[in-house]
Structure formats: C-alpha cells, structure tokens
Design a protein around this ligand. Structure first.
Ligand code: ZN
Length: 244
C-alpha cells in the first residue's frame, strides 16, 4: 500500500458497475450494495441508483441486469426495501453460480460465518426475482455484444465478460482482482474473499497474461474509478496503465 502511495492503516474499496446501451437496450452489469445500504447513516456505498438518476437514467429504463457472481456487493442492489430496484429488467445469472448457491444441501453443509451468511443473503435476494430470472451458460452471447466467460475461483461460478462493438473490445473482469494495489502487483496473493484461492490465482494469471500480451483494455469492478486500464507484465506481477 505504501508503494502505491495509499494509506497503510485503512483500505478504500471502489465499486464500479458497468452500464451500456446497445441499440435500444440498456444493460447493467452488477448492482453494488443498493439503495438500502445508501440509506444507512453515514453510508458511502450503494450510490449507483442515485448516480444513475443524476445522469438521467431511471432504474425502470434498465432492460437487463447481468450478475457476475453472488456476492453482496454485486447482487444486493437488486432489491430496495424488498422490492425489485430495476422493475422492468430481466435478471441474468450464471448457471454454475445459481446451481451452487440455490442448492439446499450445499447451504446446509456450509461453514458457519461468511459462507452461511452468503447462502442466506443470496436466497433473500434471488427469491424476490421470480419470473424475471434468466440463467445463462458460459460461452454464450447473453446480450448482443456481451459474451459470458468462465472465470471461476473467486466464486464457483464467477463470470467475466467480453464486450464487443464496431470492431473494438474490452474485457470486463468482474473480481479477478480486488484491491489493485495489492493483487495486480502480487497476483499470487490470496484474499479471504476468494472461495477457491489457488484456482483464483490460476484464472487471474491466465487472463492477465493474455490481456498484457495483446494489450487489450480491462474494466475492473474494484479498481480505482473508473476501473479501466491496460496491463503490463512487471517482474512476477503486473502493472496497471490507467485509461482516463
Ligand atoms: Zn466484488
């Protein structure tokens, strides 16, 4: 953290969902913590809907919400006060993520603590989605121009995306790395948030090697806002070249 010029006694995490339009359709990838979190006293999270409205986008205008994985910073924004935040949207979720987190036996044998809380939270959220749910497979083009890519490790069904338009492409990594100052520079480090730490590192290195070699733009949920960069190899790790 010191090398990156950041505080060493506190950690600030960025949350940057992606919104794009293709033709007449508006798609949101991941939701942040949502309006309920924003309403907590002194909150600095869950600001997505307020920021959307400030930019003239009504939550009712979102046609599709794509979920990368079932962690609270990605799914909790689906609900506000137990109602759907994006009332007209189809909610698209990765099949392996859905199968694992909705499995009663997996839930019953989950370790107490973070894992059992994740199971409960995911049921609370996704039970409300009902008929608006659509389950997608890895490798499919799920929205025109958006391809879902297997990137397991951080979560069993963790999904990354290619977004392509007019001959250009960007790789949307979701949570291949969290805090960039730590995990981009030190890709072999494990986070307590990674469900399968060794697989997380393998997946991360496979994609980062490709992105650095081909110099393809990367969009990351937890990197410094707006979360877009190129990657360069740097010793045993990587270095971000931010794209303003
Ligand atoms: Zn996350």
């Amino acid at each position: 953290m010191r090398e990156a010029g950041l505080p060493t006694d506190s950690l600030t995490t960025t949350f940057a969902p992606v919104l794009f339009t293709n033709g007449s359709k508006t798609t949101l990838i991941d939701t942040g913590f949502g309006p309920d979190a924003a309403a907590e006293a002194g909150s600095t999270k869950g600001l997505l809907v307020g920021n959307m409205k400030a930019n003239g986008i009504d939550p009712a205008d979102i046609d599709v919400v794509v979920i990368s994985h079932f962690h609270p910073d990605h799914v909790n924004g689906l609900l506000s006060k137990d109602r759907l935040t994006f009332p007209n949207a189809t909610i698209m979720v990765p099949e392996p993520e859905w199968q694992f987190w909705m499995d009663i036996e997996e839930m019953n044998c989950a370790p107490q603590g973070r894992m059992s809380q994740l199971f409960q939270n995911n049921r609370r959220i996704l039970d409300q989605v009902g008929e608006r749910l659509s389950i997608f497979k890895w490798g499919a083009e799920i929205v025109p121009g958006l391809e879902a890519i297997a990137a397991p490790g951080h979560s069993i069904g963790h999904t990354a995306f290619w977004l392509r338009s007019h001959g250009e492409q960007i790789f949307i990594q979701s949570d291949l790395t969290n805090q960039a100052a730590l995990f981009v520079a030190n890709p072999d480090w494990h986070s307590a948030l990674d469900q399968f730490p060794d697989q997380t590192v393998q997946t991360r290195r496979r994609f980062y090697d490709m992105l650095a070699e081909k110099r393809i733009a990367l969009q990351a949920f937890h990197h410094p806002f707006p979360g877009r960069c190129y990657l360069e190899k740097n010793g045993a790790g990587y270095r971000r070249i931010p794209i303003d």
